[in-house]
Ligand binder design. Structure first.
Ligand SMILES: NC(=O)c1ccc[n+]([C@@H]2O[C@H](COP(=O)([O-])OP(=O)(O)OC[C@H]3O[C@@H](n4cnc5c(N)ncnc54)[C@H](O)[C@@H]3O)[C@@H](O)[C@H]2O)c1
Length: 131
């Protein structure tokens, strides 16, 4: 497996750790240039270093997927850095596991989950991709 994403630019949300980071490294190995977007700068920059250390190209942008302006800035970062955006991987999510029914969640956690996991995907999907 190699070069299946040659020439592609991928924006991966929540790529500062976990599965998003793994995807950034894997997509890069397949030839994509990566925009790493995350609320956590430390983790995001670490992912960028991992991609670059393996010979790939990546840039970090601090972005909260629940904020339209920050999602737009991430898309613009792809255009400024690499001139295009082909792949949007909506990976960022907050996982709030709690024993018991969902109705026992605190209301602020309920809103956070909807804002990040649902609205975040909507916002990213509604952006115009620079081609
Ligand atoms: N881990 C699992 O068992 C599992 C199983 C099925 C699906 N998933 C899904 O895979 C995805 C990644 O899971 P993971 O286990 O790697 O999670 P994780 O918690 O390890 O990583 C999530 C990343 O998203 C970032 N993030 C959180 N809120 C954000 C926001 N508002 N804007 C931008 N970035 C934000 C975090 O900083 C973190 O780097 C999620 O969508 C999750 O629902 C995970």
């Amino acid at each position: 497996m190699a070069d299946r994403l040659a020439g592609k630019v991928a924006l991966i949300t929540g790529a500062g750790g976990g599965q998003g980071r793994a995807a950034a490294v894997m997509f890069s190995r397949e030839g994509a240039r990566i925009i790493v977007a995350d609320v956590k700068a430390d983790g995001g920059n670490e992912t960028v270093q991992m991609v670059r250390a393996a010979g790939g190209q990546a840039e970090f942008i601090a972005a909260d997927v629940s904020k339209a302006q920050q999602v737009e800035a991430a898309v613009q970062c792809a255009e400024k850095s690499y001139g295009a955006l082909h792949i949007m991987y909506n990976n960022a999510a907050v996982l709030h596991r709690k024993d018991g029914p969902v109705a026992t969640l605190d209301e602020d956690i309920w809103h956070l989950v909807l804002d990040v996991n649902l609205k975040g995907v909507y916002l990213a999907a509604s952006m115009r991709f620079p081609q």
